[in-house]
Design a protein around this ligand. Structure first.
Ligand SMILES: [Zn+2]
Length: 126
């Protein structure tokens, strides 16, 4: 077997590719430059679309269910993180809503405190 010269962008597996000779083969696919197999290619496409905001998280999750994620723990970090983000259930949405509410409260409290501080200074000055 020839020495590996390409690393799969999804699963991180190293493989050998010679574009000059391989592209003439009947089973040549342009994605072989980026990933080592069709499953990784499908995953790569889904995650790329998700990162580019072309599909919603829910759509990405449904699509990922059609792929083989059994090797996920060994995937490249960027891929693994994004896939885990996609697979995380909707509690994430609730979390975002909570954060927004919290921020609003914090803002109000901060501005209220600011007003108090200003009032306090005024009282001191006069
Ligand atoms: Zn792969």
């Amino acid at each position: 077997m020839k020495k590996s010269n390409v690393t799969c962008s999804v699963c991180g597996k190293e493989y050998y590719l010679c574009i000059a000779c391989d592209r003439h083969k009947v089973d040549w696919k342009p994605w072989k430059v980026i990933v080592d197999n069709e499953n990784c290619y499908n995953i790569y496409n889904i995650v790329s679309k998700y990162i580019a905001n072309n599909i919603y998280k829910e759509e990405a999750r449904e699509l990922l269910k059609t792929t083989d994620l059994s090797g996920l723990n060994n995937f490249k970090n960027l891929m693994k993180n994004k896939i885990e983000e996609i697979l995380r259930e909707d509690e994430n949405v609730t979390f975002v809503e909570e954060t927004v509410i919290e921020n609003t409260i914090v803002d109000t409290v901060e501005s209220a405190e600011e007003k108090n501080v200003k009032k306090h200074y005024k009282k001191k000055d006069y």
